[in-house]
Design a protein around this ligand. Sequence first.
Ligand SMILES: Cc1cc2nc3c(=O)[nH]c(=O)nc-3n(C[C@H](O)[C@H](O)[C@H](O)COP(=O)(O)OP(=O)(O)OC[C@H]3O[C@@H](n4cnc5c(N)ncnc54)[C@H](O)[C@@H]3O)c2cc1C
Length: 388
Amino acid sequence: MQDNLFDNTEIAFKDKSIFDLYRGYFIFKIISFPRIVYISKFILSFKLFYPLTKLILKSTMLKQFCGGQNEDDCKEIINDLNARYVYSILDYSVEGLENEVSFDETVSRTINLIKLNTNNNFPFIVFKPTGIGRFDLYEKISSNTNLSEKENIEWSKVKSRYDAICNAALANNVSVLIDAEESWIQSSIDEIYENLILKYNSEKAIVYNTVQSYRIDRLEYIEKLYHSFSTSDVHIGIKLVRGAYMEKERERSKVFNYLDPIHKTKKDTDESFNNCMTFMFKNAQLFSVFIGSHNEESNYLALKLINKYNIIKDKVWFSQLYGMSDHITYNLSNQGFNVAKYLPFGPFKGVIPYLFRRAEENTAVEGQTSRELFLYAKEIKRRNHSKL
Ligand SMILES: Cc1cc2nc3c(=O)[nH]c(=O)nc-3n(C[C@H](O)[C@H](O)[C@H](O)COP(=O)(O)OP(=O)(O)OC[C@H]3O[C@@H](n4cnc5c(N)ncnc54)[C@H](O)[C@@H]3O)c2cc1C
């Protein structure tokens, strides 16, 4: 495998018109200025400017990072991705209310998305744990706090929601990705996941838990899973990411005066990501790995490990967010690897926080925006030269 596989911008941006390329360049340029992102957020809080900002965001950020307002809006993008052997993972990116009605609605919506898989064209669905259960309840279970009788009933309902989703997924040959959120609710989710492994993951990994490598204890967690299940006839599905809540995690550990659960430096997080990945590839008879990352080095390492340990195609998935790191996505799919894009959708108002999170993430993550800008500029230049 070439060491410069991801440098090919012709493959990465094959579907984009020159106008799309300039728009992409413009968007990443704008969000490279933290102040502009901050001011836009401020302006949007005034209802008076809402129609204008809506119009601007719709033709820029929404087009770059979202599929549309509903499943039908996403169809064209899904087909375009499919034509290049990239699957879509539809991600309803609207935060619902914290009540039982909203939790049940999330389950119905997720099951409806599962049923879209009529032709093995939607191999994954995703949901957030707090979309189907109350944050405080997860936190109580995670901290071993005694539950009231009412809370015990509520917790049983949460667990049966996981079951309902996994049952539908198994029946439709879809795998389920359980997103990871804050560390202080994660152990309750890990516990649910371990029970789901036994119930659903005997033939293949139907359920995947998410491991955030920025946490100092996650390699240990993966090793623990290995020791618990190495003699059972099951598959452990793990979505490996770096983690999206670093500032919040650090702040909370300071406020409540406990050990910061996050690695001290970016380098340590990178090392932890690569160590987790290496451990799982070494034990690929047990682990199915879903790599959610825009990091080139980690993706290159994955390719080396796949080669080194002779990992079969079905055991590994690569994934990036829609609108980001197309150079990784399309160059991998072009080589025949399993690749999927997270494709967020939802009513405009509901996806605004998602759009700003993407903008802030691109502003905060050193190097990410400048890399996107470099790639867009490179392809614009290449096309203009090829016309001469
Ligand atoms: C398909 C997909 C699914 C995802 N699902 C989830 C999910 O379920 N839960 C979740 O939390 N996130 C999720 N993410 C987001 C992910 O955790 C990262 O925030 C994001 O992808 C950036 O990491 P990277 O590997 O792509 O790239 P990079 O740019 O190489 O890494 C940036 C990341 O490094 C870490 N980091 C940055 N600075 C420091 C520092 N000073 N010290 C320690 N660590 C640092 C942070 O985690 C930061 O997000 C997902 C991402 C993708 C692509």
